[in-house]
Ligand binder design. Structure first.
Ligand code: HEM
Length: 337
């Protein structure tokens, strides 16, 4: 599989991001009905079309996203990588998961050679070749999650299971919508979902927790999450608020199609077989409303979803102030108007 990687993208001012026609066609448009409310929406993470062709997708934005991640870690290392000492064994298992899946699914770009515990990893896209001893952090010079997460598209969270609950033990995340890694480390499943409206009352999180405790190695599941955000800005975390808080004020009737993005998070869940930890990737995909509107069915459905989304959810997601502009822009694609 040959990917035409873009080399000139920018996810901060001055923004330079767009999807090729092929990238729009494989965009993971998530809505299966015209109405939205929180559900567990978990499904088996099995191979499928488009972005689900491989276990862990990489695409034309790989180089730009890795450059953005490096810049963020250089500027604010503590905000984007956290780990508790007990997460090191699951970090190694996580590194194994990525190296195996990338080298099997994208052999022209990645390769992994094993000689007992001596492993050689080659990433031809970023020009990396390293030999290290599996299990020995000094031989890698970085914690395993950080080493491989700097070469893997998406954010990465590790959770350890204890007393029938899941605890946040490590994370490398530069595309955070809202939450803080430093604040969440050590929290359990119910605690780190605390700010989400409506879902606690309806029992969504209790059901999801019970499901996750039963998750088996080799049988990953996935869910998707969505939002509307302004610009293709990856980092809209709590800590970065001064940089993005005013983005909504840039949206006008004239530019709404170009600068408002449907932001999709594809979230597979993997049980790691030796440590019993759960690896939770959050892979973010952006498409402008204009790009979405190249598919009339998507535009019509998105119009209905955004128009009727419960107010608490709109406020939590943070698009209250430009919701009406999005609804007006998409209305022309919806015959029922
Ligand atoms: C086990 C790995 C998971 C982790 C680490 C995780 C983490 C998070 C975090 C940090 C947030 C943002 C909360 C905030 O505003 O501070 C969030 C939001 C949310 N999570 Fe999870 N989550 C996980 C799994 C799940 C599962 C299995 C469900 C299924 C119900 C779920 C449902 C949601 C929902 C509905 C939101 C609100 C998102 C939105 O509307 O923008 N999460 N999650």
């Amino acid at each position: 599989m040959t990917i035409n990687f873009k080399t000139d993208e920018s996810y901060r001012e001055p923004f330079n991001f767009y999807n090729s026609a092929a990238s729009i066609r494989r965009f993971p448009f998530p809505f299966k009905s015209d109405e939205f409310n929180y559900t567990t929406n978990l499904e088996p993470h099995v191979p499928g079309d488009g972005i689900f062709e491989n276990l862990l997708d990489i695409d034309e934005h790989y180089i730009g996203e890795m450059q953005e991640r490096r810049a963020m870690l250089r500027d604010n290392p503590d905000q984007h990588f956290v780990s508790l000492p007990q997460s090191i064994p699951s970090q190694w298992e996580f590194l194994e998961l990525i190296m195996e899946s990338y080298s099997q699914d994208f052999p022209e770009y990645f390769s992994l050679k094993r000689d007992g515990p001596r492993w050689t990893w080659i990433n031809r896209i970023l020009g990396i070749e390293d030999t290290f001893t599996f299990g020995d952090v000094r031989s890698l010079r970085e914690e395993p999650l950080k080493y491989i997460g700097m070469q893997a598209q998406g954010d990465w969270i590790l959770l350890e299971e204890r007393d029938g609950n899941l605890f946040w033990s490590a994370g490398l995340a530069t595309s955070r919508a809202g939450y803080s890694l430093k604040f969440n480390i050590g929290m359990n499943f119910t605690e780190f979902h605390g700010p989400v409206p409506l879902a606690h009352e309806s029992g969504v999180f209790d059901r999801a927790m019970k499901f996750l405790i039963r998750l088996k190695p080799g049988h990953p599941f996935r869910r998707t999450n969505w939002n509307l955000t302004v610009h293709p800005r990856h980092d809209i975390s709590v800590e970065a608020t001064p940089r993005w808080a005013n983005d909504w004020s840039h949206v006008t009737r004239e530019n709404v199609g170009e600068i408002v993005h449907l932001r999709i998070e594809v979230q597979p869940l993997f049980r790691l077989p030796r440590t019993n930890a759960i690896a939770f990737p959050v892979r973010t995909y952006f498409a402008t409303l204009q790009e979405i509107a190249t598919n009339r069915d998507w535009a019509r459905r998105l119009h209905r979803v955004v128009k009727t989304c419960p107010q608490d959810i709109v406020d939590y997601k943070g698009f209250t102030r430009f919701q009406h502009l999005v609804v007006d822009y998409l209305a022309v694609f919806d015959d029922s108007n």
